[in-house]
Design a protein around this ligand. Structure first.
Ligand code: ZN
Length: 348
């Protein structure tokens, strides 16, 4: 197992997406269509990847991500590269039990016809000497973003996706990716499935990897469907209580969760004892930039439930819908807050 997130105390990393430049896609819009086409789009995506790496480096982050600059959607872009899914045949399904969306249909056996992100990962690898992290959708979140007209079993389709994700993850690792993250917001909703097969299928996706593995579970982007859902969750958000004990006993190295500005009781972090914790100390649903002191406060409070050497300061979720200057400010606040706490810990 690699120790990418352990080389520094309190290594900082963003969870996933960054805003795209306005010449590449409509700003402050989630899943915005591309503003370029053909070769210009390829060039634009690669340029944006450079900028995302540069912005993270300037902000002083310890682990560099692609900022999801080359994908439109964190799940769909991956599925677009698979056979067995018909994007012309759309059905309306309820996503994470929360909002209706028109999604593509699984019409036959799903297969990965070619690598999806491996060339982009090689590009990112060439841009930095720091550890790099790549995010993939988790199997359960993938099946939740599709209509299945072939398998007739959520579990069976998830197992097929896990095998495909494992192929991709192994190639990303070979391309020099140090940390591979699976985004599983569906783990916060379908507790019976998580218990019955979800964690096991996730482990299958991560099987045999030397790269460090992360599972990211959040309450979503700051979009209306999510904020409306959050309003129904009551004073304390205890969803993690269902899943964390299962993940604590799993082979996944790190759990990424949200904290800042959310109603997640911090003591739930204690259920992960022994695992690394990527703690969201930046609220992505609020465009006000946190102060370094606020970031340090969030991180410090977590130290009651996670050992400092296992704490990785991070954001709650992706920052794609935020203005670019805000996302840049939040990255700087994250690294400055982590630095404050590092100093405190060094002073003992
Ligand atoms: Zn998220």
């Amino acid at each position: 197992m690699s120790t990418s997130l352990s080389t520094t105390l309190l290594p900082t990393a963003i969870v996933g997406s960054l805003p795209k430049p306005s010449w590449l896609a409509e700003p402050e819009t989630l899943w915005a269509p591309w503003a370029l086409e053909g070769e210009r789009l390829d060039e634009g995506r690669h340029d944006a990847l450079h900028l995302a790496a540069a912005e993270q480096t300037l902000a002083g982050l310890d682990v560099i991500s692609d900022g999801e600059q080359t994908r439109q959607h964190f799940v769909t872009t991956f599925i677009e590269h698979l056979s067995g899914v018909d994007f012309e045949r759309r059905e309306t399904v309820r996503i994470r039990d929360r909002y209706d969306a028109s999604v593509p249909t699984v019409v036959g056996p799903v297969r990965r016809e070619r690598p999806v992100f491996v060339e982009d990962a090689k590009r990112l690898r060439a841009l930095t000497d720091k550890p790099i992290k790549w995010a993939l959708p988790g199997p359960m979140t993938m099946i939740d973003t599709l209509y299945d007209a072939h398998y007739g079993s959520r579990e069976e389709l998830a197992r097929e996706f896990a095998a495909i994700l494992n192929q991709e993850a192994r190639e990303l690792e070979a391309a020099g990716v140090d940390v591979i993250q699976f985004d599983e917001p569906a783990f916060n909703v379908f507790f019976d499935d998580v218990r019955a097969w979800g964690v096991e299928v996730l482990e299958r996706a991560a099987e045999g990897l030397r790269a460090e593995t992360v599972v990211h579970i959040c309450y979503g982007y700051g979009i209306k469907a999510n904020t409306d859902w959050k309003a129904t969750l009551g004073e304390e958000w205890r969803q993690y209580e269902e899943v964390f004990p299962l993940l604590q006993a799993s082979s996944i190295d790190t759990v990424s969760l949200e904290s800042r500005g959310s109603r997640v009781p911090l003591e739930l972090v204690g259920l992960l004892r022994g695992k690394k914790v990527m703690l969201g100390a930046i609220d992505v649903a609020d465009s006000r930039v946190e102060t370094p002191e606020e970031v340090a406060d969030t991180l410090r409070s977590a130290l009651e439930f996670v050992d400092a050497e296992n704490l990785c300061p991070s954001t709650n979720c992706g920052m794609a819908p935020l203005p670019r200057t805000v996302a840049q400010g939040k990255m700087r606040a994250l690294t400055a807050g982590a630095a404050l706490l590092r100093e405190e810990l060094a002073e003992g």
